[in-house]
Design a protein around this ligand. Structure first.
Ligand SMILES: [Zn+2]
Ligand SMILES: [Zn+2]
Length: 426
């Protein structure tokens, strides 16, 4: 019978042994964040839709067309989280972790959901790990956070990685820039693509993001935010660059790096790599100084980033730094040759597990050939055989599947057997 129900489009199952490698990749990234003094927070998979509309921005692609939104049975509107920052801020404010007098550093990991085009290779459920710092921030905190991501690039040997940097101004200087940009875009509307013309009205900064070749000339020549920064933003930008220079972290100034979310202010950055064909972003973030206040919390600055775990996987694969898959997830498979051996086999796997040895049973009797195949499928290092003779002599025949050596072990001394299994192939 053909399987009629399949995974939704754009959803990827992660099978063994990749699932454990995937978790190792997550953990490697989290370990670096933990070294940076960040503490883990577990966030819900869905939130009130209003949270995302208010933080990410109602006119962004994410909120306009990419969220999975539903009414629950009580008639309330929720959305699966399309990113982590909004949830993290909501939780940090709700539980009074945000304090104008001290910094709080938090990180999260998990799946995010966006209704994107699977044909473009985009997943609709994808994993991110991200971190945020909230409180009385210095521009040096921007540098410190970027340095942690740089640390990931170095430690995972991300091939072809570079850091793009920009400053998007603040509520003082951005409105004037926005106006200059809109004037310019309107004057060149005929040379721009459909999307650009639409965005000129709805979200003009996003126009700078356009990748359509025929738009590039106009956009490269567009007014630059750097020329419109107020003294405070200019100073912020200068100090961030000074900090990065001081640490010897290379970067490329990118005046068209605006990110797609409304909440960014001042520093924005992306870590990109050209190792996967077209230049792709593997981590990105920036400052969002007004967001905590906007969401009803203390009016403190914030900065954060998120890294795409699937991208990290591909880049580490390219670099040859993928974590090893676990060898022998099952150390021993126990085979009951006939029904009389089934209960002793059950008891034996139980005692081995108690000794910390991953053990699986093959209880359905049958031919020894089937038992070997099962042990191979389990990834076992040993096959334990319980036949009539073994039951009578209270032993188990243990065969090393790599060397072919076979030895009887007394069933009343499982500790010795466990010790031998532990030592072999460790
Ligand atoms: Zn400013
Ligand atoms: Zn365009």
């Amino acid at each position: 019978m053909a399987l009629s129900i399949r995974a939704p489009r754009g959803i990827k199952d992660v099978l063994p042994p990749d699932a454990t490698r995937f978790e190792s990749i997550l953990k490697d990234a989290e370990d670096i964040l933990a070294l940076g003094g960040f503490r883990k927070i577990l966030l819900p998979l869905f939130e009130s839709t209003a949270l995302f509309a208010r933080s990410i921005g109602g006119a962004t692609d994410i909120v306009e067309k990419e969220m999975y939104t539903f009414l629950d049975k009580g008639g309330d509107q929720f959305s699966l989280r399309p990113e982590g920052t909004a949830s993290l801020l909501r939780a940090a404010i709700e539980h009074h972790l945000v304090d104008p007098s001290r910094l709080v550093r938090l990180y999260y990991s998990g799946p995010m959901f966006r209704h994107e085009r699977p044909q473009a290779g985009r997943l609709r459920q994808f994993y991110q790990t991200g971190a945020e710092i909230l409180g009385p921030l210095s521009p040096m905190d921007d540098v410190d956070l970027i340095a942690l991501i740089h640390r990931m690039a170095v430690s995972f040997r991300i091939p072809g990685s570079s850091l793009l940097l920009n400053n998007m101004g603040c509520p003082v200087c951005r409105p004037a820039y926005r106006e200059r940009l809109v004037d310019y875009l309107n004057a060149h509307a005929e040379e721009l693509c459909e999307t650009c013309r639409k965005r000129t009205v709805q979200n003009p900064l996003r126009v700078l993001d356009c990748k359509v070749p025929s738009c590039q000339g106009v956009l490269e020549a567009a007014p630059r935010i750097a020329d419109s920064l107020c003294p405070k933003s200019r100073e912020h930008f200068r100090r961030v660059r000074e900090g990065l220079d001081g640490l010897g972290i290379p970067y490329v100034l990118s005046h068209r790096l605006v990110r797609g979310l409304d909440y960014y202010t001042e520093t924005t950055f992306e870590f990109v790599s050209d190792a996967l064909g077209a230049q792709s972003t593997w981590a990105a973030g920036g400052r969002y100084d007004g967001l905590a206040g906007e969401l009803g919390g203390p009016d403190v600055p914030g900065i954060g980033f998120a890294a795409g775990v699937e991208r990290l996987w591909l880049l580490r694969e390219k670099a040859g730094t993928l974590p090893d898959p676990e060898s022998h997830p099952v150390r021993i498979t126990i085979f009951a040759m006939d029904p009389a051996g089934q209960i002793p086999a059950l008891a034996l796997v139980g005692r081995l597990r108690q000794e910390g040895i991953p053990a699986a049973g093959h209880f359905s009797a049958g031919k020894i050939k089937g038992a070997f195949r099962q042990a191979e499928r389990d990834g076992a290092l040993f096959l334990g055989i319980l036949g009539e003779d073994e039951i009578r002599s209270k032993t188990v025949q243990v065969k090393n599947l790599e060397t072919g050596d076979q030895t009887p072990w007394p069933l009343d001394d499982i500790k010795a057997l466990a010790e031998m299994i532990r030592k072999t192939g460790a």
